[in-house]
Design a binder for this molecule. Structure first.
Ligand code: SF4
Ligand code: SF4
Ligand code: SF4
Length: 169
């Protein structure tokens, strides 16, 4: 299902940044509960990640930083962990991309970098009168990999919970 990607909602407009506060993103196939209960903070997943997107948070627990690259779902983090933190039976991430109102295209500047970067072709551009085409996210196709986040020159893309995760919360 495609939906309009730009959130021009009041909250995002007032903040002028991302449309929601970015929550801590845990490595794929891990969740907050297993991080809290089983992670020792050993850092093995950090060393194992070929994309170098895992770092320790303030509590010395692993979190994902999509600012420089994306998750390829290679599985190295889950394989190296000796504790019951990762469960490959879960979905990789509990979030999808969320395009905010800092998007250049929404501000009249042509840009399609996120669409070019997306390995799932989940971002399409709908032509419109009076301005550059706007990105639209096909929510059913987004894996939450973060490639669009790393590629966006406006730092306009964040994440939001998947529908399943939102219903669970
Ligand atoms: S699946 Fe691979 S790329 Fe993704 S966070 Fe784990 S080690 Fe890094
Ligand atoms: S890469 Fe960023 S600025 Fe460019 S169209 Fe996508 S969301 Fe907008
Ligand atoms: S998070 Fe990944 S799959 Fe989703 S829109 Fe961005 S690049 Fe595409």
């Amino acid at each position: 299902m495609a939906e309009r990607g730009i959130d021009l909602g009041k909250r995002g407009f007032l903040k002028g940044l991302l449309p929601s506060d970015p929550a801590v993103i845990r490595p794929p196939w891990s969740v907050e509960e297993t991080i809290a209960s089983a992670c020792t903070g050993c850092g093995a997943c950090i060393s194992a990640c070929p994309q170098a997107i895992i770092r320790l948070d303030a509590r010395q627990r692993p979190e994902i930083d999509f600012s420089s690259s994306e998750c390829t779902f290679c599985g190295a983090c889950a394989e190296v962990c000796s504790e019951p933190v990762f469960d490959r039976a879960r979905p990789g991430f509990q979030h999808i991309a969320l395009i905010g109102d800092m998007c250049f295209a929404a501000r009249g500047v042509v840009c399609q970098s996120c669409g070019d970067a997306c390995p799932e072709a989940a971002i399409r551009f709908r032509p419109r009168r009076g301005g550059p085409a706007l990105p639209e996210l096909a929510v059913d196709q987004c894996t939450g990999c973060g490639a669009c986040i790393a590629a966006c020159p406006a730092a306009a893309i964040g994440t939001r919970p998947t529908a399943a995760e939102a219903a669970h919360a």
